[in-house]
Ligand binder design. Structure first.
Ligand code: GTP
Ligand code: MG
Length: 252
């Protein structure tokens, strides 16, 4: 597995400051359909909810499928999850008319009190989708190796400018003939100094490198390696359920 990009440094960009007031860090998670966005949200909730105050907003076009998945898998209490039914192309609701998402965030903050992290999952879209900076503070873009090792080379704003690029499903690379070295080289060429991490949510059930990147954005948050064995174990074991394809009893 490529190693050079596995230690992201989220504070490196002085032109893109985090909110100065002590409000939750809002993190957008975008990427193509089925790349593993909800599985990543589930893993982060499971591995961080023991010590951080989390909430999630999901976006689907016509359903509440992703929120329902998170609820069924019990990754967070129901009151911490809001579903936005966009009724339109996913990128419209995260970039052009962000009001429904902002309302959902406001409702969560009003009902739950102070939060540390709000994860906003976009509906699955194409390589052109990006979040408005009026909605989120940082953006994670998730692609997967099953689309072929050409994906980072194809670029697009998610690949080139997301604050963190996640190349997921590395466990499938041998099955689809994807060369991770090529993906690493092309991602570096497209992204310059911006970080890229390789991930398999089947093998790394706590989404370790992504979790570390998120924790580094939260003032005072412990690094995952500094957590108590119990807290660390809850993330490392329980998120397995949400990440595996056969974990959803309702999914046919
Ligand atoms: N083999 C493998 N499967 C994965 C991995 N991550 C997610 N999956 C599976 O990929 C499928 C799609 O994952 P989701 O998390 O629903 O993807 P998504 O990006 O949220 O999909 P949309 O919201 O519909 O765009 C599910 O069956 C997951 O269990 C991984 O690392 N390896
Ligand atoms: Mg999803």
């Amino acid at each position: 597995m490529p190693a050079e990009h596995s230690h992201p440094h989220p504070h490196d960009d002085p032109h893109h400051p985090l909110p100065q007031t002590r409000r939750a860090v809002r993190i957008g998670i975008g990427g193509p359909v089925g790349s593993g966005k909800t599985a990543l949200v589930a893993a982060l909730c499971r591995s961080m909810s023991a010590d951080l105050r989390l909430a999630v907003v999901t976006n689907d076009i016509y359903t509440t499928e992703d929120a329902d998945f998170l609820l069924r898998n019990g990754v967070l209490p129901a009151e911490r999850i809001r579903a936005v039914e966009t009724g339109c192309c996913p990128h419209t609701a995260i970039r052009d008319d962000i009001s429904a998402n902002l309302d959902a965030i406001e409702e969560l903050e009003e009902s739950l009190g102070p939060l540390d992290v709000i994860l906003v999952e976009s509906g699955g879209d194409n390589l052109t989708a990006t979040f408005s900076k009026g909605l989120i503070d940082r953006q994670i873009f998730v692609v997967d190796v099953a689309g072929g090792d050409k994906v980072p080379r194809k670029g697009g704003p998610g690949v080139t400018s997301a604050d963190l690029l996640v190349i997921n499903k590395t466990d499938l690379a041998p099955l689809v003939g994807a060369d991770l070295g090529v993906m690493e080289r092309d991602a570096a060429a497209r992204r310059g100094d911006l970080p890229t991490v390789f991930l398999s949510l089947v093998e790394d059930r706590a989404a370790g490198p992504v979790q570390d990147w998120v924790r580094a954005l939260v003032p005072g948050a412990a690094a995952s390696g500094a957590l108590s064995p119990a807290a660390a174990a809850s993330g490392a074991t329980a998120s397995a359920v949400a990440a595996t394809p056969d974990s959803d009893p309702d999914r046919r």
